[in-house]
Design a protein around this ligand. Structure first.
Ligand code: KIV
Ligand code: ZN
Length: 390
């Protein structure tokens, strides 16, 4: 059995404003949320989870205004498995032309113990709450939180109930980042093959990065049949974060030969939104972060710089322009070689002969040993010192 949805297309569901904002200290203001939602909408994100409307008056207002302003994206709000949450969520998202109610409950034994519900009691609750959501909205997502640690038979049972009650998307959260890529693919594949009605809904994957496997798990889930990836800009999210949008989108673009699925995201807008999310959330991006880190397209060592100056494909598997950068960066440091120094001098408007380059290179290495990075002004100063001495 295969899912009826367009098999080549993967929907991108961004939850920066909901799961991302749940990172301790990442709270964003109303205006900041509106700005980020506008950027997500513009870049072609299919669904924006704009917040958790019952959580606070501020969240409700932000989701409502994002819903009113949305142009292309579907606007989604989160709701626990109770009527009050679902009603509040609908009151916020109903202003969008395309909307969604996302309701969830923890289904693993550990999570069932918290509200102290039996399996049957929880199954009834799922039926009632999904039915209620579907009576309000024709697009309903249901999530069994901690799905990857939920007993297989029970997981199949509750998913079937949610589908019969009207859920249009079934999201499979790896809430604590516990799963591994082979399991992730297998789980989605087996669910689609086993659960009656599974071929009529979209399966989504929602991964956390506790073991650093969120991107791999999300892509494996797609290989298993999922057609919606839930993710956040810069991987923002609780603990070690969520799947990073920029990673899954670029992985699908760069390795389309072995992962033949596409998204609707305009990748050239990635860098700008990454920087805005880092600024407004107060969570800086680590230098070596894939795709959006300061060093992701930077090459300092002599061998790499020489290779890059001759052919960019030697050390880059994607073009920096494709993620919105103006180009590769070749920062000068103690590992840099003559080719990069000459290139830098040329860029700064100085044509030098071999002897002059040799002389500047010696002084450059001496400086680079004392400084972490040598900047343009340092190079100009080195040139001047050489000219004065000459
Ligand atoms: O990680 C999780 O389980 C969640 C759910 C609310 C979908 O964020
Ligand atoms: Zn989550």
């Amino acid at each position: 059995m295969t899912n009826a949805f367009d098999q080549d297309r993967v929907l991108i569901f961004d939850t920066t404003l909901r799961d991302g904002e749940q990172s301790p200290g990442a709270t964003m203001t109303h205006d900041e949320k509106l700005e980020i939602a506008g950027l997500l909408d513009e870049m072609g994100v299919d669904i924006i989870e704009a917040g958790f409307p019952i959580a606070s008056e501020g969240d409700f207002n932000a989701v409502s205004e994002i819903a009113r302003n949305s142009k292309n994206s579907r606007i989604c709000g989160l709701a626990r498995a109770n009527f009050a949450d679902i009603d509040r969520c609908w009151d916020a998202v109903k202003h969008a032309e395309k909307n969604r109610i996302h309701t969830f409950i923890g289904t693993s034994a550990l999570h069932r113990a918290i509200p102290n519900l039996t399996m049957d009691e929880m199954a009834d609750k799922i039926h009632d709450t999904v039915t209620h959501a579907r009576n309000l909205c024709d697009n309903v997502q249901w999530s069994p939180m901690d799905a990857t640690r939920t007993e297989w038979d029970y997981l199949c049972r509750v998913i079937e109930i949610a589908i019969k009650a009207g859920a249009t998307t079934i999201n499979i959260p790896d809430t604590v980042g516990y799963t591994a890529p082979v399991e992730s693919a297998d789980l989605i594949k087996k669910l689609i093959e086993t659960v009656p009605g599974a071929d009529e809904v979209i399966f989504a994957t929602h991964c956390h990065n506790d073991l650093g496997m969120a991107t791999a798990n999300s892509l494996a889930a797609v290989a298993g049949g999922a057609r919606q990836i839930e993710c956040t800009i810069n991987g923002l999210g609780e603990r070690a974060g969520n799947t990073a949008l920029e990673e899954v989108v670029m992985a699908l673009k760069v390795r389309n030969d072995i992962m033949p699925w596409h998204t609707g995201v305009d990748t050239k807008k990635i860098m700008h939104i990454s920087r805005r999310v880092a600024t407004v959330s107060g969570f800086p991006v680590q230098f070596n972060k894939a795709i959006v880190g300061k060093n992701a397209f930077a090459h300092e060592s002599g061998i790499h710089q020489d290779g890059m100056l001759k052919n960019k494909e030697t050390f880059e598997i994607m073009r920096p322009e494709d993620v919105g950068l103006s180009g590769t960066s070749l920062p000068l440091g103690k590992h840099s070689g003559r080719a990069a120094l000459r290139d830098k001098l040329n860029t700064l408007g100085h044509e030098v002969g071999d002897n002059q380059l040799k002389d500047i290179f010696v002084r450059f290495k001496d400086l680079a040993d004392r400084k972490k990075e040598v900047f343009d002004d340092d190079i100009v100063a080195l040139m001047r010192t050489g000219e004065d001495a000459g």
